[in-house]
Design a protein around this ligand. Structure first.
Ligand SMILES: *Cc1c(COP(=O)(O)O)cnc(C)c1O
Length: 349
C-alpha cells in the first residue's frame, strides 16, 4: 500500500463531545456540527459515533449534507441546515425531515409558503455580517415568524476564539436585545463560545472543531493521525538540490526519504521547507517543495529508515501543522484528501 494512512479515533470524538457537553449546565443541550463531511473525517462513521455518544441535534451547512446525514442516522435526530431553505431544497427538506435555519425574509417566505407547519429555526446576524437576519429585518418579520413557532433562534460569534475581543460582548448584547422575551430556545455558542462561559450558552450549544481535537478546545483528545509511507530513499551530496525549483540544497551528505502524500492530499504547499514529520519521538525536517503526490524529508539523523513517517500524531496536532503552513486547523482537517486509507478506531475505551 502506498497511500498515507489516516486514523480517526471515534472514541476520542465521543469523549470530546461529552467533555463539551459537561462544560455547560445540565439544562443546556449540546448539538454536534458535522458540516463538510464531518470536518473531512467522514459523515457516516462520525455521525453514528456522535449519535451513540448522545447527540440528538446535528448541524450541517447545506441541505445535500443533511440528506446524506439522514441516511446515516435514520429518523429521529434533528438535522439543522445552516444555509437555510434555498430554491430547490423544498423536497429534500420535506422528504428527509430537515430543519432549515431561515436567514432572510426571502427564506422565511419560501419556507412558510411551501412547507407550512414544518419545523424551522431562525438565524440572526448579531455582528458577523455573514448569515442571518439583521435587526430591522428581524423586527419586521418577528411577529409572524414567532407565530409560526420556530424550533430555535440562533446566531454565530465572529471572534469567540479570542476571549478578550470586544465583539463577543457586543454580539451577546445584540442577541439578548433581539431575542429576550421570545420564549424560543436560543443558541449562540460554537466551540469557542462554549469556552467563553455560561453567559454564552443559552439553551443549545453547537460545537464543531472541538469534537475533532482542534483549537480553541485545549482539553480536546487528539482525534487524527496521519502516517505517510516511505517510498524511496537516496543520498544527496553537497551542492545537490531536492525537488521542484531547487529550493533546498544539501550542505552535507544527506539521506532523503521520499514519502507518499502531497498537496493533492491536503498537505499544503506552504509546508515546503518548513514542515516537520516524525519518526516516533524524532522530528525530521521536510526539505524542498511539497509536490502534488510526494514530500521529501531529511532522515540523515535516523539510525534506520522507517517504513513511514507521521505528519499528524501525538507530536503534531492539526493546529501545529496549520501553524507551520500559515493556516488554521479547520483548513487542515477539511483538506484531508480522498486518497488516504481511512482507519477508524473505536471500542478502545
Ligand atoms: C461551523 C459552525 C459552527 C461550529 O463551529 P466550531 O468553531 O467548529 O465549533 C457552529 N455554528 C455555525 C453557524 C457554524 O458555521
Amino acid at each position: 500500500m502506498s497511500t498515507g494512512i489516516l486514523s480517526i479515533d471515534l472514541d476520542a470524538i465521543a469523549a470530546n463531545w461529552r467533555a463539551l457537553d459537561r462544560a455547560s449546565a445540565s439544562g443546556v443541550q449540546t448539538a454536534a456540527v458535522v458540516k463538510a463531511d464531518a470536518y473531512g473525517l467522514g459523515i457516516a462513521r462520525v455521525g453514528r459515533a456522535l449519535a451513540q455518544a448522545g447527540a440528538r441535534r446535528f448541524f450541517v451547512a447545506v441541505a445535500e449534507e443533511g440528506a446524506a446525514l439522514r441516511q446515516v442516522l435514520g429518523p429521529g435526530p434533528q438535522i439543522c441546515i445552516l444555509s437555510g431553505h434555498m430554491p430547490g431544497d423544498t423536497e429534500m427538506i420535506h422528504d428527509l425531515d430537515l430543519t432549515p435555519m431561515l436567514n432572510s425574509l426571502d427564506q422565511v417566505t419560501r419556507h412558510l409558503e411551501s412547507l407550512p407547519g414544518l419545523p424551522f429555526g431562525v438565524q440572526l446576524d448579531t455582528g458577523m455580517n455573514r448569515l442571518g437576519m439583521e435587526e430591522p429585518e428581524w423586527e419586521a418579520v418577528a411577529p409572524f415568524v414567532l407565530e409560526a413557532g420556530p424550533e430555535m433562534i440562533m446566531s454565530h460569534l465572529a471572534c469567540a476564539d479570542e476571549p478578550d475581543h470586544a465583539l463577543n460582548e457586543l454580539q451577546l448584547a445584540n442577541f439578548h436585545a433581539m431575542t429576550d422575551g421570545t420564549g424560543v430556545p436560543r443558541s449562540l455558542a460554537a466551540t469557542g463560545g462554549i469556552l467563553l462561559g455560561p453567559r454564552y450558552h443559552f439553551d443549545l450549544t453547537r460545537p464543531g472543531v472541538g469534537l475533532f481535537g482542534g483549537r480553541p478546545f485545549e482539553g480536546a483528545m487528539p482525534v487524527v493521525g496521519l502516517s505517510l509511507p516511505v517510498i524511496q530513499t537516496r543520498v544527496v551530496h553537497p551542492g545537490e538540490a531536492v525537488g521542484y525549483s531547487c529550493t533546498w540544497v544539501a550542505e552535507q551528505e544527506t539521506v532523503i526519504a521520499t514519502v507518499s502524500g502531497g498537496y493533492a492530499d491536503g498537505l499544503l504547499r506552504g509546508l515546503s521547507n518548513v514542515g516537520v514529520l516524525w519518526d516516533g519521538e524524532t522530528p525530521c525536517p521536510l526539505v524542498g517543495r511539497v509536490s502534488m503526490d510526494l514530500i521529501t524529508v531529511d532522515v540523515t539523523h535516523l539510525p534506520e529508515v522507517p517504513r513511514s513517517l507521521a505528519i499528524l500524531g501525538p507530536h503534531q496536532t492539526v493546529d501545529d501543522l496549520a501553524d507551520a503552513a500559515g493556516t488554521i486547523g479547520y483548513e487542515i482537517l477539511t483538506s484531508l484528501g480522498p486518497r488516504y486509507g481511512r482507519r477508524y478506531v473505536e471500542g478502545a475505551a
